[in-house]
Design a protein around this ligand. Sequence first.
Ligand SMILES: [Zn+2]
Ligand SMILES: [Zn+2]
Length: 196
Amino acid sequence: MRYTGEPKRLYDFMDNFTVECSHCEGKAEVQLPHFLDYKNAQWNCPSCFFSEKMSSLIRYVYSGKAKCSECLNWLDLGTEPFKKIPKYTNIRCSSCDTINKVRENLTKIYQKYQTSRISDPAFGLPLWYTDEVKGEEIWAFNLQHLLEIKDYVGSKLRERSTDRFKMTMVEKLPDFIKSAKNREEVLKAIERMEKK
Ligand SMILES: [Zn+2]
Ligand SMILES: [Zn+2]
């Protein structure tokens, strides 16, 4: 079999991501309404029916500095994010104990999920399609991406003579996936992922 897929860039696969639900660990989907429109992304889990928009991850954190009105020492504004912009917060000065009303220097952030595993770029939820080959991590954003990798790895004769494959998704795959001697193991890992 020969790999004849149209050249696809990694970005072509980045409008939806299959992830692990943070509630039930089931298979969930992150959808973007438009290419790269992460701010309007949404994820939902068909197993536990949880669904969440990116907007509910919005938090506000202090990004600037403020001085004590009494002794002009720098105040410790803390790092705890706020769900809504507070009218002000009371910050006690660590050197003179004066309570200062601080009401500025807030910046909007998206508080993503925390995971040490490879995750989707919007919510930071762990990707669903991950596996290991010889200690190396193999992953795909979604099923379409996984099948494209499978097509490429499974084809014995790869058309790579022209520049058109440079910068494409398959050219960016790590060497252990592209290496012919790992083909069987990579294909087995892909099959395990397909059955997940
Ligand atoms: Zn769930
Ligand atoms: Zn002070």
